[in-house]
Design a protein around this ligand. Structure first.
Ligand code: NAP
Ligand code: MG
Length: 482
């Protein structure tokens, strides 16, 4: 699958105009071979301020637009993304490296946020009540928070943008958006489709840049910006929260994860393998929801490792454009970091039980790997791997296993595979994570409130909750005639 040049947009998008960047240009690379996919405009702080100017100017008009009108823009964007699904998938694969099947699934998921919030955005729920003391009535309503700054990561270049843009626009907010510098092309392509769908000038402004720190500070210190919605690492999230505190800015944070994958002794192991393959290897393990550490009951651990390992060895690794199951990692540095985690685990007594083959290409490949006999406190268990490595820890005592599972500052996703639903639910309720996949390896769904506990984040995306992140609550208290 290839993409046409028309899907590539190389400019900043500010006030409805495609324009050059104040900091020159930068290259977007294909991690499969290091080739340049495109050279695009690099925005500076002045561009950031111009984007806020445009969003602030567009805000009153957009906020006053009929919900149905906003909804129909989102619905049309959903349809256009669906129309261009294959080409968008190829573009994601080109700049991110992920397998075409994963990229296609991402486009479907990403487009669904436009459909979901097109539907949710017209249900402008409020509340009405009689004050307990009588005499007055309370009417509760909602207003858009205002200009929202959106900052997204490279691992889901379409979905992380649409999961913010769709609810922001449905709520009546206008936006300034900074995609990750590794993967700005997909976001620009999606915004181009929004223009085709009828996006008014200034409602969405995009500033790709290599200078993320200064641009972030420009936005967070601008009094017209009323909201920061960030997806990325916990480390950068903390930095943004510190800056946001100066202006008591409304903040939503989707941060790092370290998902446990629990398998009980009565689990259906075919199902466990199927779920584990999805939870671990989607996007070569570079998902915030990726299974990071496997806790397998000792009675089935050898059997599971064998079946899982056999499936892992069958994975074909190589360029997405050639139809492989697993693509490269995002960068050479990522390959080094994953390799170092594995080396340290092995030095600490772990053993590589199964490994897929990697191509000799120049790309940033790391072979899908299963590690057994892993110490529960190995770095590969306690840190977010963000790569195709599955460390297996065994357990016999449920209480002890749950202590290990919860002994982390992360709390995004978790997975439980068990033969008995009651047992799976009992274990799931005791895991401190915002999302638990039970007998399945995928937790994401636009209709479900995606997000984390502890240092994995603040707020939720998707579902009704995702819209509320972009709304303020206001009430009128009304003197009532006797
Ligand atoms: P990252 O390094 O934190 O970057 C995320 C975004 O923040 C990028 O656009 C980045 O721009 C920007 N950024 C970096 N430093 C900044 C600063 N000082 N001020 C303003 N913006 C700044 O994360 P990543 O490496 O792209 O993504 C991987 C991480 O994201 C993982 O930890 C993963 O778990 C997490 N993640 C979480 C979710 C979730 O929903 N919870 C979803 C996906 C990913 P540049 O890269 O261009 O500098
Ligand atoms: Mg980064």
């Amino acid at each position: 699958m290839t993409f046409s040049n028309e899907i590539i947009h190389k400019s900043l998008f500010i006030g409805g105009v495609w324009r050059a960047g104040g900091a020159g240009e930068f290259d977007v690379l294909n991690p499969a071979d290091g080739s340049v996919v495109a050279t695009i405009a690099d925005g500076n702080e002045a561009d950031g301020t111009a984007a806020v100017d445009a969003a602030a100017e567009a805000f009153p008009g957009w906020a006053a637009t009929a919900p149905r009108e906003r909804s129909e823009l989102l619905r049309r964007t959903y349809e256009l993304m669906s129309r261009d699904r294959e080409e968008l998938a190829a573009l994601i694969s080109a700049e991110n490296g992920k397998a075409l099947a994963d990229a296609g699934a991402e486009v479907t998921y990403a487009a669904e946020f436009f459909r979901w919030f097109a539907e949710e955005g017209v249900r402008t729920a409020g509340d009405y009540g009689v004050a307990p003391a009588g005499g007055t009535r309370t009417v509760v309503t909602h207003k858009p928070v205002g200009v929202a700054a959106l900052v997204t990561p490279w691992n889901f270049p379409a979905a992380m943008a649409t999961r913010k843009l769709a609810p922001a626009l449905a709520a009546g907010c206008t936006t300034v958006l900074k995609p990750a510098s590794e993967t700005p092309l997909t976001t620009l392509a999606v915004v181009r489709l929004m223009v085709e769908a009828g996006l008014p000038a200034g409602v969405v402004n995009v500033v790709p840049t290599k200078r993320s720190g200064p641009l972030g500070s420009t936005w967070l210190s601008d009094p017209r910006v009323r909201k920061i919605s960030f997806t990325g690492s916990t480390e950068v999230g903390r930095t943004l929260l510190r800056q946001a505190s100066d202006r008591v800015l409304n903040a939503s944070m989707e941060l790092g994860g370290n998902a446990p994958f629990v398998i009980t002794d009565d689990a259906d192991l075919d199902l466990a393998v199927e779920a584990a393959m999805v939870a671990k290897f989607r996007g070569a393990g570079q998902a915030c929801t990726a299974a990071n550490r496997f806790y397998v009951h000792a009675a089935v651990a050898d059997e599971f490792a064998e079946r899982f390992g056999n499936a892992v060895e069958k994975l074909s690794v190589g360029p997405a454009a050639q139809g492989h199951d697993i693509g490269p990692l995002i960068s050479a540095r990522a390959v080094e970091e994953v390799g170092s985690l594995v080396e340290r685990a092995v030095a600490g007594g772990a053993r590589v039980s199964h490994r897929a083959a990697t191509p000799d290409d120049a790309g940033f490949y790391y072979a899908p790997t299963v590690l057994v006999d892993v110490a529960p406190d190995a770095d590969v268990v306690t840190q977010e791997i963000f790569g195709p490595v599955a460390p297996i820890v065994t357990w016999t005592d449920e209480e002890q296993m749950l202590r290990l599972v919860n002994d982390t500052e992360m709390g995004l996703a978790a997975y439980v595979v068990s033969g008995e639903l009651g047992r799976a639910l009992r274990i799931s309720e005791r895991i401190d994570a915002g999302m638990v996949g039970i007998n399945r390896g995928l937790v994401s769904d636009p209709s479900a409130p995606f997000g984390g506990m502890k240092q994995s984040g603040l707020g939720r995306e998707g579902a009704r909750a995702g819209l509320e992140e972009f709304l303020e609550t206001q009430y009128f208290t009304i003197q009532w005639p006797h």
